[in-house]
Design a protein around this ligand. Structure first.
Ligand SMILES: [Zn+2]
Ligand SMILES: [Zn+2]
Length: 176
């Protein structure tokens, strides 16, 4: 009987691997792999590095965004001070006219966000600046959800084992 199609395409479980195969978290890879560490998220060194690159880029973008935000706020404050100085000398209706020509609101920056799934460079627009949307798609959201759920289950199991081990040690020695 031909059993070749029963063999998983990622190959046999490597010796010493006590985990089930999982999917690489990196967007665009998503290959099945045998995790070597319980917390492994990526199938290979290459994907690990791609994820690191993605994180660095994400971080520098966030830094830049907060930088331009700061600059813009400073600019606005300066304009405001200037306006109120002018207002003191100008007539009331000129000040009103000035009021109508406000600079673009700073919340414009919040209309586009970047997906938080490692390896995803997709941008998406949000409906309002307090939106909690963090992913470009359901697929990206589910991919990260799967990983975070697995990792929290793993941590809970470890905590449980540690507690169980402690209570065993705390029991008085068997003297019967
Ligand atoms: Zn991968
Ligand atoms: Zn995405």
């Amino acid at each position: 009987m031909d059993r070749s199609h029963f063999v998983c395409h990622i190959g046999e479980r490597p010796e010493g691997c006590g985990h089930r195969p999982r999917r690489c978290l990196l967007k665009g890879c998503e290959r099945l792999f045998w995790p070597r560490r319980p917390q492994a998220r990526y199938c290979s060194e290459g994907c690990q590095q791609a994820a690191r690159r993605w994180r660095r880029r994400q971080a520098s973008r966030r830094y830049r965004a907060s930088d331009t935000g700061r600059e813009r706020r400073r600019d606005q404050a300066r304009r405001y001070r200037q306006r109120s100085r002018e207002r003191q000398t100008a007539s009331a209706d000129v000040a009103l006219l000035d009021e109508g020509q406000r600079p673009a609101s700073p919340s414009e920056d919040f209309q586009a966000r970047r997906c938080e799934r490692p390896g995803c460079y997709e941008r998406f627009s949000i409906k309002h600046e307090h939106s909690c949307q963090r992913f470009c798609s359901v697929a990206c959201r589910m991919a990260l959800r799967r990983v975070l759920d697995r990792e929290s289950r793993y941590r809970a199991r470890r905590r449980h084992r540690r507690r169980a081990g402690m209570s065993k040690r705390a029991r008085p020695p068997d003297t019967s």
